[in-house]
Design a protein around this ligand. Structure first.
Ligand code: BTN
Length: 260
């Protein structure tokens, strides 16, 4: 079992890992949401990427207006704030890149192989162990994106509604600081190469939905089919039970069989 006293967030370890990447690192003992803090930094005016990390979040946010359970010390809660040249069209694909960065970093630092459930949930042993919330906004004439990533590392107690869904990596090696540095490093590398979409073959290799029976709801109607392919721009094609193909650009699907 992990001894959490030896895994406090450590700015020095994170910054060392990021020596080749121009990122300011800010660690909090508690915050409402690291994504919120990143937005506040953007409003204050920043001239460099900023990585915000917290030991816990009192109002961690997930996709679709959900909350993200963020207890003290047992998870990694981080947000990377970047300014974007040329407008929001240049942020397309950033969440898929973040999922690939998380899978790579968890593999390298913790020695654990995870999978991606479209769009960008990270799964291990049939449970969601990480989520990504990317938000883009402008301040005056400047465009920003915040990539928020939450990883359950050693969380064992979850609220009742998450009990069936959420899990933790429970890795025998790798600290939260090392993982934060590694995810940021991978993410920055991928973002520099974003336009060429090379990383999408890695995304597909890590997908736990391709070839699987899935369901989704659109305009209040429920659909079932087989997840057939994921395009380089991240869209998922589902072959419906009547043979029609349905392309999903965003949203959420459920797997009808057990996840890897
Ligand atoms: C999801 O699974 O719906 C996305 C969860 C994203 C959670 C992370 S934790 C760090 C950052 N701060 C937040 O408030 N949310 C993201």
């Amino acid at each position: 079992m992990h001894n959490f006293d030896f895994d406090r967030l450590d700015v020095k370890i994170i910054s060392e890992r990021l020596a080749s990447v121009p990122v300011d690192v800010c660690v909090f003992s508690e915050i409402d949401s690291t994504n919120n803090e990143a937005k506040r930094r953007a409003l204050d005016g920043v001239d460099k990427p900023v990585l915000i990390i917290s030991e816990k979040q009192s109002a961690g946010r997930g996709r679709m207006g959900r909350s993200f359970y963020s207890p003290e010390g047992t998870g990694l809660y981080m947000s990377l704030l970047l300014s974007v040249d040329g407008g929001f069209q240049n942020t397309v694909g950033i969440t898929s890149a973040a999922a690939v960065a998380a899978v790579r970093a968890i593999r390298n630092v913790c020695g654990v192989e995870t999978g991606i459930k479209w769009v960008n949930d990270i799964y291990f042993e049939n449970k969601k162990i990480a989520g990504i919330l990317a938000e883009s906004f402008s301040v005056g004439e400047r465009f920003f994106t915040v990539i928020g990533i939450g990883v359950n590392m050693y969380t064992t107690e979850f609220p009742e509604e998450l009990y069936e869904i959420a899990g933790s990596i429970m890795a025998k090696k790798g600290s939260r600081s090392e993982l934060a540095g590694a995810i940021t490093e991978e993410l920055v590398k991928l973002i520099y190469g974003l336009p060429n979409r090379d990383f999408m073959s890695e995304y597909r290799d890590s997908s736990i939905v391709l070839g699987k029976a899935v369901t989704f709801i659109e305009n209040g109607q429920s659909f079932s089919g087989i997840a057939e392919s994921i395009s380089d721009d991240g869209a998922l094609t589902v072959v419906l039970e009547n043979g029609d193909k349905h392309v999903l650009k965003s949203g959420e699907i459920s797997l009808r069989v057990k996840q890897r």
